[in-house]
Write a protein that binds this ligand. Structure first.
Ligand SMILES: Nc1ncnc2c1ncn2[C@@H]1O[C@H](COP(=O)(O)OP(=O)(O)OP(=O)(O)O)[C@@H](O)[C@H]1O
Ligand SMILES: [Mg+2]
Length: 381
């Protein structure tokens, strides 16, 4: 296919590329202030000058089009034939070369180790996913680089952000935790496209294999407590904050996640830890007592410090009667952890979830979005 632009003839090279490689090219070219098409064209030119190039994984490549100067597609096909490789392989090599030559110019990280926050409560439906996602969005909007992990087999976080889960059988967080992955964990991450997040908010989606997490952890003979941090250690330095959306359970997966957010050597108090959404109802108080026992047990048995960063009273509506306001007052009386945010029950919370649009993009001026920003500043400023 050939199209004309003023002063120059350009032609489209139709070539397959994996979604992961395409995403990395897109993010990096944006970081370098370049158009992704220009970056792809540079990549191909550079590849011509580099005869010996390593083979790149191309499984799952999907079609894409790159505009090249006139004659470009033909020259590219001929060069691939000379090197006895497919066009898909040739293009993947070109992109990898370009990425290597253009390291991320991102501003230095604010602090390391990455701040790690587990949003947890075994009580179902209290707003863990809502808080984890909104907090991550608010932090990315503020300029932090955020990794948001769907750590719940239900995969609600993934679907509510409009993302596809990882297919069962592919590399996943679980395979990385078990040390059974062959590819870089970065290949699993998806950058949210909304402009306000500036390509700083990356999501590790859920995979159906997460239902096996408890069973796999139960038979893991060595290194169970640290398997999550081993899975994430290569990407941890890329982020200012890592947020885990916890499952509604108190199983071994929770023990592992609690250990991941422990206070590390030299880390200041109340920086990493557990953030606990609750409702202003009686059963939330009981649920908190159980969660607290699990955290205390981890502290005692593993000889670690786990900070409870705060309680978030969610979906609060004082009009629901005296028991609600009474239970709310009981939360407010608490210290360590104390209530650090209150989110009202508002339609934007449900709508953004139902429409699978991030809250801060769906309703940026809403009270809930503003409360998320306040929470982000409270935890990370
Ligand atoms: N403050 C709020 N206002 C309105 N709707 C909310 C609010 N918080 C949460 N919701 C909605 O309530 C439902 C349950 O919230 P969410 O899924 O975040 O809870 P959860 O604790 O993650 O649940 P699970 O235990 O199943 O993981 C969702 O549909 C969510 O969009
Ligand atoms: Mg959830």
């Amino acid at each position: 296919m050939t199209i004309s632009i003023p002063g120059e003839q350009r032609e489209k090279l139709l070539v397959n590329i994996t979604p992961q490689l395409r995403r990395r090219l897109k993010v990096r070219s944006a970081e370098c202030g370049m158009n992704v098409q220009d970056a792809a064209e540079h990549a191909v030119s550079r590849w011509y000058e580099t005869p010996a190039t390593e083979t790149v994984e191309t499984t799952g490549a999907r079609s894409w089009g790159v505009m090249l100067p006139g004659g470009g597609p033909e020259r590219f096909a001929a060069e691939c034939a000379t090197r006895s490789i497919t066009k898909v392989q040739g293009f993947a090599q070109a992109v990898e070369l370009w990425l290597e030559a253009h390291p991320s110019p991102a501003t230095p990280l604010i602090a390391q180790p990455a701040q790690r926050i587990l949003v947890a409560n075994q009580k179902g439906g209290v707003g863990k996913t809502f808080v984890a996602s909104g907090l991550a969005q608010a932090l990315a909007e503020l300029g932090y680089r955020v990794l948001l992990i769907d750590y719940d087999p239900q995969g609600h976080l993934t679907s509510r952000l409009g993302l596809d889960g990882i297919e069962d059988g592919d590399d996943s967080l679980l395979t990385h935790m078990l040390g059974k992955s062959k590819r870089d964990i970065r290949d699993l991450l998806i950058a949210l496209d909304e402009e306000r997040f500036g390509q700083r908010l990356h999501v590790l989606p859920a995979c159906d294999d997460a239902f096996l997490l408890e069973a796999e952890l139960a038979v893991m003979r060595h290194g169970r407590d640290t398997c999550l941090e081993r899975a994430l250690e290569s990407v941890e330095p890329d982020y200012d904050v890592i947020i885990l959306d916890g499952p509604p359970s108190l199983g071994l997966g929770m023990d592992v996640a609690i250990n991941f957010v422990r206070r590390r050597d030299g880390e200041r108090a109340n920086r990493s830890g557990v953030l606990i959404p609750v409702w202003a109802d009686q059963s939330s108080h009981k649920a908190y007592r159980m969660l607290n026992r699990q955290i205390e047990a981890a502290v005692e048995l593993n000889r670690v410090t786990i900070d409870q960063l705060g309680l978030v009273v969610n979906a609060y509506d004082a009009r629901r009667g005296a028991t609600v306001t009474k239970n709310f007052d009981l939360w407010k009386e608490r210290s360590n952890p104390s209530v650090i945010a209150v989110f009202k029950d508002l339609k934007e919370g449900r709508e953004s979830a139902d429409y699978a649009i991030p809250l801060l993009d769906y309703a940026p001026d809403s009270d809930l979005a503003q409360a998320m920003r306040d929470l982000a500043l409270e935890l990370c400023a």
